[in-house]
Design a protein around this ligand. Structure first.
Ligand SMILES: [Zn+2]
Length: 305
């Protein structure tokens, strides 16, 4: 009897959730399959490592897509000495702006570079990775959000910033990570944004997103709003508890007192197995459902402002 009773409540809950999410899906239009295509197209270029032809191809691809959906597209180029060789790194943040004069506004960020080494891998650790989840997933969501915002503009301004050089650093050398987000935080295009959301490792088919602790410390109310929307939409991949603190592209913005948060599933795919910084980080480990859960949640928050 108890079991039946519980399952009836459970089913009613499920029905309510599915009706509600269909309604909201239709409102934002975010399409996980389109986002998945964007993820695969980035991976088709190969590893997007600074100073390589694949990186140049990826920049042209982002520029073309963002030109179709944004009011302004800016390639923010900057050079930096490579700490590990004699070469100069030619880095590029790709910025797509919607309603460039509008305030308040939000920065949506994700890194587009992929790691130049597979240091968590036993096989070929010196070779660059494809970075389907660690890199392409966050960018894929931003490209689809841009397409939706072009079709149905938001009331707030939006800056989509694709960061270069997030994953350049060697393990433990934290100064050589986050190259693009540090540069952007120091050279942000005005008017200043109120909020920053960074997406990283959000395509894992086995998605589980606890609250990232630096984000919660910096902007607890903003975190609460995002996680509450996810719950409302039935996206239980968002977990209402704290996870591991992550040194990611939101940190340069946290340091400049933005309401900056990182949406990240750092256990890829789970606590027992690891594809992160290995050659296993490929599109087949990602899913359109995961991209849609994150994209629809973020876009719903934007439309509610
Ligand atoms: Zn990484």
């Amino acid at each position: 009897m108890t079991r039946t009773f519980i399952s009836k409540i459970f089913l009613t809950g499920l029905l309510w959730v599915s009706v509600w999410s269909q309604k909201v899906d239709a409102q934002t239009g975010f399409d996980g399959d389109v986002a998945m295509d964007y993820l695969e197209q980035q991976c088709d270029f190969g590893p997007r490592v600074p100073n390589t032809p694949a990186a140049q191809q990826a920049i042209r691809y982002f520029e073309k897509l963002l030109t179709e959906s944004c009011d302004t597209v800016i390639l923010q180029r900057f050079d930096q000495a490579d700490p590990y060789s004699e070469q100069t790194l030619h880095l590029v943040n790709v910025v797509g702006r919607l309603a460039p004069e509008q305030t308040p506004r939000i920065i949506l960020g994700a890194h587009w570079d992929s790691r130049p080494r597979a240091d968590q891998s036993l096989i070929d650790p010196e070779k660059p990775i494809i970075g389907a989840n660690d890199g392409a997933s966050g960018v894929a969501i931003l490209l689809e959000i841009a397409r939706q915002l072009h079709a149905k503009p938001a009331r707030i301004g939006v800056d989509l910033v694709l960061f270069d050089g997030e994953d350049w650093g060697k393990e433990g050398d934290i100064n050589s990570y986050l190259l693009g987000s540090r540069y952007y935080a120091n050279h942000a295009i005005p008017p200043r944004a109120e909020w920053v959301i960074v997406l990283d490792m959000v395509g894992d088919a086995d998605l589980s997103i606890p609250v990232e602790p630096y984000s919660h410390k910096q902007a607890p109310e903003f975190v609460r709003q995002i996680w509450e929307i996810a719950r409302e939409l039935g996206y239980f991949q968002f977990k209402p508890y704290l996870g591991t603190p992550v040194f990611d592209d939101h940190i340069p913005f946290v340091e400049r007192f933005y309401q900056a948060i990182d949406i990240i599933d750092f256990q890829y795919p789970n606590a027992n197995e690891n594809y992160w910084h290995t050659h296993e980080d490929t599109p087949d480990k990602c899913s359109s459902e995961s991209l849609e859960a994150v994209g629809n949640t973020v876009l719903t928050w934007i439309y509610r402002q």
